[in-house]
Design a protein around this ligand. Structure first.
Ligand code: MLT
Length: 273
């Protein structure tokens, strides 16, 4: 599905009817990474998985930097377009950085948060410089500099050797991302604000998920989120790296479904139309 949102032609995948759950992909992927979740959403849920601007089938814009705020503003405009008053906001990695911005700016639109393989703290000065350098290199040398640096760290050993299809999907999503989008989103991640002060303001149910072998965001960072958000539930997924929703689909879906089924009933309308 597609629509012009904030001046950009955005695409999204949608499945099911009922209470909305917004699934925000990581960097440099697209909505295809939520395929196994959309396919198995429980009855009564409407999954909405956008391609962020510049990613997947969505058009890009010439903003020099795709900030996490810019993405969050696109997502709230998409919810407006879809008539969704509130949504469970689920983000993985960069999608989690965006979820924090979404919460900071539009908390009355958030029914609950699912934060997967992500962290609240900003980049260190070194990490920021590294991202800025990578943003320059991807524009001159092409997507391989990003793909080659990320691919070996993305999944667990058992996924690498036991589920070649997962790595193929991950590589295909990365290949679909134009170098300009990679550069703009790298600069956006480098500039993202510190979300640690936001944690104690979160007063909706929260689920923290992390792959036990995540080499990009680790269990300590997930535990930090779980300690910082009042009442948060944390789940560690064994035999998974940075992408547990793709690597251990059944376990991830069980954890997600159990969280969704435990949410308090909404008293608001899920539609503005
Ligand atoms: C992601 O998966 O979105 C990225 O690894 C996030 C990051 O580079 O910080």
């Amino acid at each position: 599905m597609s629509a012009r949102i904030n001046g950009v032609e955005l695409e999204w995948r949608e499945q099911g009817e009922g209470a909305p759950i917004l699934l925000i992909h990581g960097f440099p992927f697209n909505s295809a990474m939520w395929g196994p979740q959309l396919a198995q959403l429980p009855q009564g849920w409407r999954g909405i998985a956008p391609d962020l601007r510049g990613f997947g089938a969505s058009a890009g814009s010439d903003d020099a930097v795709y900030t996490m705020e810019l993405f969050a503003r696109d997502l709230v405009a998409l919810l407006d377009h879809l008539g969704a008053e509130q949504a469970v906001v689920c983000g993985i990695s960069m999608g989690g950085y965006i979820a924090f911005e979404f919460w900071r700016l539009f908390r009355d639109r958030v029914r609950a948060l699912v934060l997967c393989d992500t962290r609240a703290g900003p980049d260190s000065a070194d990490a920021r410089r590294g991202r800025e350098r990578l943003a320059e290199r991807v524009l001159t040398e092409g997507d391989a500099v990003v793909i080659d640096s990320m691919l070996p760290r993305l999944v667990s050993m058992s996924t690498r050797y036991g589920q070649p299809g997962v790595l193929e999907l991950v590589r295909a999503m990365m290949k679909e991302t134009p170098p300009e989008t990679m550069a703009r989103a790298l600069l956006g991640m480098a500039a993202r604000p510190d979300a640690e002060p936001v944690l104690r303001t979160i007063d909706v149910p929260a689920l923290i998920v992390v792959g036990a072998e995540d080499a990009i965001t680790n269990r300590g960072q997930a535990e930090f989120l779980a300690r910082g958000i009042r009442g948060a539930r944390m789940e560690t997924i064994e035999n998974a790296g940075h992408l547990p929703n793709l690597e251990q689909t059944d376990v991830f879906n069980r954890v997600l479904h159990s969280f969704l089924s435990g949410l308090p009933q909404t008293t608001f309308s899920t539609s503005r139309i």
